[in-house]
Design a protein around this ligand. Structure first.
Ligand code: XMP
Length: 506
């Protein structure tokens, strides 16, 4: 185990993730964790994260000096390295000029951290303070124009520090530096796998839950599906999954979700609520009203089902790490009300919430899903908005429009998959516009709806580019949609990026 000791920096989980990427198991613990508890985990190394404070302030986070005297390698990053210097008798100061962003850095490649790497390169700096006097036994192992101690080392005591952030991709070779620490200094084996993670998590969940009852709202998305698979392995039929099928899923999707869980020993409840939702939404065309009504109705349907089960002990949520960061992001303007982000159902009687994926990034969640035996069509599912196709039908929703859109969307997805683009385009779908235009088919006039195709590439879904799909793929999709889907006589491709557009149309 490697312990990542958290001092409140913004990249803490990213450090943990980098360690896991090196196939080394790691746990993030708060800096206040008593030393005994840390030692009880038999760590092969400890990494101190960055943090927003200055070490010389009275209330800034500290650790006991003894942590450096255990013979366990310690790597300090940013605040972590300053803290190490401060506690061990060095000096930290606040210079006139702060360093922020990409910074040219010179490395001493005889330091274990930089062994085998170039002698200079770009590192990512984000600090005000720096170390101006090293503790005894330390020497400088990297510097920049403005920072004399960009890295320091005391190889005898296995203590290392970096002022910059090796965990972010802006630092060239940063990951190799972490790798050097883990393998050269800590002697990590690098044999940890997602399978181990699954096994440990299942074990921990089992111990925690005992014979308690667990409830999970399954949306069919990657996160809730992986959470369900994890819980099913941990507690079997103590778990009830309620899958509210609002009818706005893509073609066949409701059945696919059900099929994926059919052989698991859990209580799987699928509520077919399409009629109920269609009734509720009849005549509604304002996007925000649609979203709000769907969100509310969703809760009501879920509540009705949950009532039948009665009191449960635990409610499971498929929150993943990026959700945790985003929900802490403050008072950003509401562009769209996302109905399944962080919404806490206080209408269900439960003791405690369990979020088993809270520390994982999306690709790790997918890897875990594979490990737990979920089918690819669930694990690699593209993001799908909670309100589903309802917000891809512009204007009033009818059952007819819903079926039309499902068909068109299905064809587009088939063509994208056929062209081998389904993993490289991050999200792609069809939108049923509320616009009709004149066409000619056979010898007759048509007056039908227009389908818009949307496909984007993005890493974080906060900004996105429209995907440069080859014309022949667009052509094939367009031909098939107009020929095979009744009520459609025109297809457009959306070539707007986000911003200024959003990914979804509503
Ligand atoms: P926008 O349209 O805001 O979408 O650019 C960004 C990403 O979020 C998805 N999205 C949602 N996801 N609940 C969700 O879980 C929602 O209500 C919702 N609305 C949009 C959208 O599909 C895209 O991936």
């Amino acid at each position: 185990t490697v312990i990542v000791l958290d001092f409140g920096g913004q990249y803490n989980q990213l450090i943990a993730r980098r360690v896991r990427e090196c196939s080394v198991y790691c746990e993030v613990l708060p800096y206040k964790t008593p030393l005994d508890e840390i030692l009880a985990k038999n760590p092969i190394g400890i990494i101190f994260t960055g943090g927003p404070n200055s070490v010389y302030l009275e209330n800034s986070p500290k650790v006991e000096k003894k942590i450096f005297q255990q013979g366990i390698p310690v790597l300090g990053i940013c605040y972590g390295t300053q803290l190490m210097a401060h506690i061990l008798g060095g000096h930290v100061t606040s210079p006139e000029k702060r360093e922020y962003g990409k910074t040219h850095t010179y490395y001493h490649t005889d330091c274990a951290l930089f062994q085998g790497l170039p002698e200079e390169g770009i590192s990512w700096m984000s600090h005000t303070d720096y170390i101006d006097r090293l503790p005894e036994g330390f020497k400088v192992s990297a510097h920049t124009a403005d920072c004399p101690t960009a890295a320091m080392e005391n190889p005898k005591e296995k203590l290392y520090g970096m002022q910059f952030h090796p965990e972010v991709l802006h630092t060239q070779n940063g990951i190799s530096m972490l790798r050097n620490f883990l393998f050269n200094v800590c002697g990590a084996k690098g044999d940890w796998t997602m399978g181990d993670y699954a096994k440990n998590t299942i074990h921990t969940l089992r111990e925690k839950i005992g014979d308690g009852k667990v409830l999970l709202a399954l949306s069919g998305g990657v996160d809730s599906s992986v959470a369900a698979a994890l819980l099913s392995k941990a507690v079997g039929n103590q778990l009830t999954c309620i899958f509210v099928d609002h009818g706005f899923m893509r073609k066949n999707e409701g059945d696919e979700v059900q099929a994926a869980f059919k052989d698991r020993n859990i209580n799987f409840v699928r509520v077919n609520a399409k009629e109920r939702f269609l009734c509720k939404l009849a005549g509604i065309s304002d996007p925000e009203t649609k979203r709000k009504m769907i969100g509310e109705e969703f809760i009501r349907v879920f509540e009705d089902e949950a009532k039948k089960i009665g009191k449960v002990d635990y409610l499971v949520q498929g929150t993943i790490y990026p959700d945790v960061i985003e929900s802490g992001a403050g008072d950003a303007a509401v562009i769209k009300s996302h109905h399944n982000v962080g919404g806490l159902p206080d209408y269900v009687d439960f003791k405690e919430i369990i979020e088993p994926l809270r520390l994982l990034f999306k690709d790790e969640v997918r890897a875990l899903g594979k490990e737990l035996g979920l089918p690819d069509y669930l694990v690699y599912r593209q993001p799908f908005p909670g309100p589903g196709l309802a917000i891809r039908i512009i204007g009033e929703i009818t059952e007819n429009k819903l079926l039309t859109l499902q068909e068109a969307d299905w064809i587009f997805r088939e063509e994208i998959a056929k062209a081998g683009l389904d993993r490289s385009i991050n999200q792609y779908f069809a939108v049923l516009t509320n616009m009709r235009s004149v066409g000619v088919m056979g010898d007759g006039r048509t007056y039908d709806y227009t389908i818009a195709l949307r496909a984007v590439t993005t890493t974080d879904f906060m900004t996105a580019d429209w995907a440069h799909i080859p014309y022949d793929v667009l052509e094939a999709a367009s031909n098939r949609i107009v020929n095979e889907v009744r009520g459609i006589n025109r297809v457009c491709y959306d070539i707007t990026s986000k911003p200024p557009a959003t990914i979804e149309w509503e």
